[in-house]
Design a protein around this ligand. Structure first.
Ligand code: SF4
Length: 176
């Protein structure tokens, strides 16, 4: 296991008094810097700067920054969830490290996926078959890593083959 122990500090950001949002920082006892290129290669929507040695990512509405000796998570609604959220990220880091023989590490900074670019490649019929009220909401979910294109059934019909192929290429480029 790469990352075994850490210490938490939970706080309300001073720039948001009364906002009832919490942040947590985990100071890591183990250096996880070598795992960052593997996380960059596998985490959907992550943005990595190899120069700054920081990987930023969004999961479940939280903004996450992972550095060799620190995990920072912001936008927590409940301060009691801080430890659980950090543990989720720690588990992802350790699982990724354990699978590193199967992963080609990447130090490239990928383009941030833009919701409008995704939306333009959806059917734009707002049919709700994906469970979202509009195609743009679905595009936002894809951009946040909370939905997969396969959840849009119309996109996988012949009528939208060209859009589908472009979208899958766009997503592939954003991930690799
Ligand atoms: S299923 Fe596809 S076409 Fe229908 S609302 Fe969702 S994203 Fe739009």
């Amino acid at each position: 296991m790469l990352l075994q122990s850490y210490h938490l500090e939970v706080f309300a950001p001073p720039c948001e008094p009364g906002a009832e949002r919490w942040s947590v920082k985990a100071a890591l006892d183990d250096d996880i810097g070598d795992a960052l290129p593997y996380l960059n290669a596998t985490l959907k929507g992550a943005i990595y700067s190899h120069t700054a040695r920081v990987l930023t990512w969004r999961m479940g509405g939280h903004a996450i920054a992972i550095r060799p000796r620190e995990i920072a998570i912001s936008n927590l609604l409940d301060k009691d969830t801080a430890a659980t959220e950090v543990k989720r990220v720690v588990d992802i880091i350790n699982r990724t490290w354990e699978r590193r023989a199967e992963i080609t590490p990447s130090t490239e900074m990928r383009q941030r996926l833009k919701p409008m670019d995704v939306y333009k490649l959806l059917p734009a019929t707002n049919c709700k078959a994906c469970g979202q009220p509009t195609c743009f909401t679905f595009a936002l979910k894809i951009t946040a890593g909370e939905a997969e294109p396969e959840q849009c059934a119309p996109l996988f019909t012949d009528a939208y083959r060209e859009k589908r192929e472009k979208l899958l290429t766009l997503l592939e480029g954003a991930l690799n």
